[in-house]
Design a protein around this ligand. Structure first.
Ligand code: DGY
Length: 322
């Protein structure tokens, strides 16, 4: 009998799929719906044949080892998998699978929403209105940055970045710059996007949106020096991974109003925020909800369940990273 362990509460679609596909399996879900520490994870999941984990579980080589020799598949309930030691999994012959595509639209929506909320100062406006500080229309009151026709710079040329760029191009007439290690003909053909280096992108863009994976090369890609290259009127959006931005340097930049605003769905030391970040008016903060729609979270769960089912029945899973 296979043992499948799921590290957080998941939509019923996940367990329903497993119950039908693998009726003999023992499926256990972390009953507390909180992140488990290392010792708890080992205690509860050790001996599992399949692990469904989240981006908050740190699966380094020694934890993978401690889960036991029978572990065959790790399915991560996310598209990003920077928290898993892929080399260690590969060396042990463990398949690692993720959930790409299904969350592309939802995450791009959040990036567009943050761009609008920052540029037009939604949260500040909502707060002052609730607090009775709206004293009537006035020409000088609560002005922000316009969005139509502004230059958008996208860092990372993956699916989510492209969907964000397409929405900004087709919805708001924004010219698109992008930064990536290689050029992408489809970006040029579909979006008339121009490949530029990071410095040029930061200097020319009115909206800079981060869509690259977190790797050793992209950790603190946007540091104090790079932030200095942005326009004073620009908006920075991060829906990728928190450590891509030096959050302490960002707090300083926002405090000194060296850029107009930032919209963040991810944080460097999630769920903690850098000191001072939550006190600033010129930042919009979301609790890592890029993929958090009912439909998407159901489908992500089914994808994890399909990956586990495939591996445990000797088939090749759909979205195998290693
Ligand atoms: C992902 O899938 O990597 C997202 O950050 C989860 O919302």
């Amino acid at each position: 009998m296979s043992f499948i362990y799921i590290t957080r509460a998941v939509p019923e679609a996940t367990t329903a799929f497993l119950a039908e596909a693998l009726p003999d399996a023992r499926v256990e879900v972390n009953p507390e719906d909180r992140n488990l520490n290392r010792a708890e994870l080992i205690q509860q999941a050790s001996g599992c044949d399949a692990l469904i984990c989240t981006l908050a579980d740190t699966l380094d080589a020694s934890l993978i080892e401690d889960l036991g020799p029978q572990l065959k598949v790790i399915a991560i309930y996310a598209v990003g998998y920077n928290n898993i030691d892929l080399e260690a999994a590969k060396n042990r012959g463990i398949a690692v699978c993720n959930t790409p595509d299904v969350l592309t639209d939802a995450t791009a929506e959040i990036a567009v929403g943050l761009a609008l909320a920052c540029a037009r100062r939604f949260i500040e406006g909502d707060t002052l209105t609730r607090q009775g500080r709206f004293n009537g229309w006035a020409p000088m009151f609560h002005r922000g940055q316009g969005v139509y026709g502004k230059t958008v710079g996208v860092v990372g040329a993956g699916r989510i970045g492209k969907r964000f760029a397409a929405t900004m191009k087709h919805g708001f007439g924004c010219p698109i710059l992008y930064h990536s290690r290689t050029d992408h003909v489809d970006w040029e053909n579909d979006l008339d996007a121009k490949l530029v280096d990071l410095g040029e992108l930061l200097e020319r863009s009115d909206f800079v949106s981060l869509h690259c994976p977190l790797t050793p090369d992209t950790r603190h890609l946007i540091d104090a020096e790079m932030l200095k290259r942005m326009k004073a009127t620009a908006v920075l959006i991060n829906t990728a991974r928190g450590p891509v931005v030096d959050e302490t340097a960002l707090v300083q930049t926002l405090r000194e109003k060296r850029i107009a605003a930032a919209g963040l769905d991810v944080f460097e030391n999630e769920p903690a925020l850098a000191p001072g970040l939550s006190e600033l008016d010129n930042v919009v903060l979301l609790p890592h909800v890029g993929s958090a729609t009912f439909e998407v979270r159901d489908e992500m769960g089914r994808m994890c369940a399909r990956a586990v089912t495939a591996v445990l029945t000797g088939k090749e899973p759909e979205h195998r990273v290693v």
